[in-house]
Design a protein around this ligand. Structure first.
Ligand SMILES: C[S@@+](CC[C@H](N)C(=O)[O-])C[C@H]1O[C@@H](n2cnc3c(N)ncnc32)[C@H](O)[C@@H]1O
Ligand code: SF4
Length: 445
């Protein structure tokens, strides 16, 4: 029996992050491998999103459950890049002649963990198999403070990277230690200076709120420090302590006052000229040309038509999502990376693990992805996509209005401030019972 929104509001706000629906823990092995050629032949391939996953980091941060490993041994990065090359080749063959990318991102892990030579190798594989990416296409690259260099940044700018994103988490040394990410604040400052000097149109800084020792004053201090670099974007992430992470193993919990920290951060950023795009993302007003905004408008469900390259990267067609298998623990992740590096051309041309999205799941995904952002759920866009009315399909959406979390104005359902700060309650509330039960049954390794 699904839990009503009213009951969910009685619980603490941070019930789950709905950034990708369905979550990977709802994926399963397909009955038989599905040829990518069949999957993609049904799709519009003129505006694809390219995502390349590099699952390597200098250290495993205590809060992090992303698909990544540390200390790759011997030639494992080189073997991984060989596999990326083969996957790019097999994918391009499966797509046919007319595909075009219109935005892209390198994520991880830490893409800047690669040496300059390895980054060059990666771009040359892309050149060879994907051809020229459109000039000026929004292209994002994630960095960490200890792996940034002026040479890497200059090369990436030359290759068209328009957005650099770095996780800082906090400018207070004790807080980064409490988050399980001890880092030198002077190294962070140096890295931010280099990134700003590299001249990309968009710089993003990630901060985390909710370490047990954090106060409203120390949180504001971190935001003020971040603002000194005039980032076009800032992400404020609430701390989650997730299964199998370092913080969970030592029994840490997030602070109880995360919502107060969130409000303090939101109000400070608004005061400094930032607008709230989603619960986590704030953007400096008028700083990012719409075509350079990686997140882009969401009404078209922009993530459908995503080609994920690398172990851990998801790919999305309209009705099938797929990726390599999923793990959080070190040995599980290393096994999946090793298996990925040994894949044959046949393996790279087939989807083996993922989920089929029914029409109902596609509708839920659309509602979630648009409602949890500033533009809201435009009823006409939904109707154009699905031929039906969103409120008639999901009558429970009117609870948002009854509970003062949103407004219907006249054809757009939008969250208000109270709704946005409960995004991590509203997201899981919108999950279907079938996805929720698959997520609960998943055995995490
Ligand atoms: C792709 S990751 C990090 C990129 C890069 N590897 C780094 O750490 O600088 C994006 C962001 O998610 C946030 N994040 C990851 N796990 C989190 C958690 N358990 N709680 C809160 N924020 C988290 C962090 O702010 C992190 O910088
Ligand atoms: S937060 Fe970033 S640097 Fe830390 S382990 Fe996760 S992906 Fe790696």
């Amino acid at each position: 029996m699904p839990i009503s929104l009213k009951d969910r509001l009685l619980d603490q706000p941070y019930q789950g992050y709905a950034y990708a629906y369905p979550h990977k823990t709802a994926y399963r092995h397909f009955e038989a491998p599905i040829p990518l050629r069949d999957l993609w032949s049904r799709e519009d391939q003129r505006s694809l999103y390219l995502y390349v996953h590099l699952p390597f980091c200098e250290m495993r941060c205590g809060f992090c459950n992303l698909f990544t490993t540390t200390n790759p041994k011997g030639d494992s990065v080189a073997r991984y890049l060989d596999a990326v090359d083969l996957q790019l080749e097999a994918t391009a063959e499966s797509l046919g002649d007319d595909f075009r990318f219109s935005r892209g991102a390198f994520g991880g892990g830490t893409p800047s963990f690669l040496t300059l030579e390895e980054i060059e190798r990666l771009f040359s594989s892309m050149d060879q198999h994907l051809g020229n990416l459109p000039a000026g296409m929004p292209l994002s690259f994630e960095l960490s403070p200890g792996t940034v260099s002026a040479e890497k940044l200059a090369y990436l700018r030359e290759r068209g990277v328009t957005r650099f994103s770095m996780g800082v988490q906090s400018f207070i040394r004790e807080e980064t230690k409490a988050l399980g990410r001890p880092q030198s604040i002077s190294e962070v400052r140096e890295a931010l200076g280099l990134i700003r000097d590299a001249g990309a149109p968009v710089m993003n800084i990630d901060l985390i709120y909710g370490a047990e020792i954090q106060t409203i004053a120390s949180w504001r201090e971190s935001i003020v420090e971040a603002l000194k670099y005039s980032p076009e974007e800032i992400y404020l992430y609430p701390l989650y302590v997730r299964p199998l992470t370092g913080l969970e193993k030592i029994g840490r919990s997030p602070a109880d006052h995360r919502i107060d920290l969130f409000r303090a951060g939101r109000d400070l950023l608004r005061e400094k000229g930032y607008e709230q795009i989603s619960m986590r993302l704030f953007r400096k007003i008028d700083s990012v040309p719409e075509d350079a905004a990686i997140e882009g408008p969401v009404y078209c469900c922009q993530e459908d038509g995503m080609i994920g390259i690398g172990a851990g990267a998801r790919s999305y067609t309209r009705d099938v999502h797929y990726c390599t298998e999923y793990a959080v623990g070190k040995s599980g992740i290393n096994e999946i990376i090793a298996e990925y590096s040994d894949r044959t051309r046949f393996d790279h041309s087939h989807a083996i693990f993922g989920c089929h999205l029914t029409e109902e799941e596609r509708k839920r995904r659309f509602v979630m992805k648009s409602l949890l952002r500033i533009g809201g759920l435009v009823l006409a866009d939904y109707e154009k996509q699905f031929g039906s009315d969103a409120i008639a399909d999901f009558p429970e959406l009117s609870d948002l209005i009854a509970l003062n979390l949103g407004i219907l104005s006249p054809r757009i359902l939008q969250l208000n401030d109270s709704g946005f700060e409960r995004s991590d309650t509203i997201g899981p509330w919108l999950f279907s019972t079938s996805v929720t039960s698959k997520m609960e049954d998943y055995e995490l390794v």
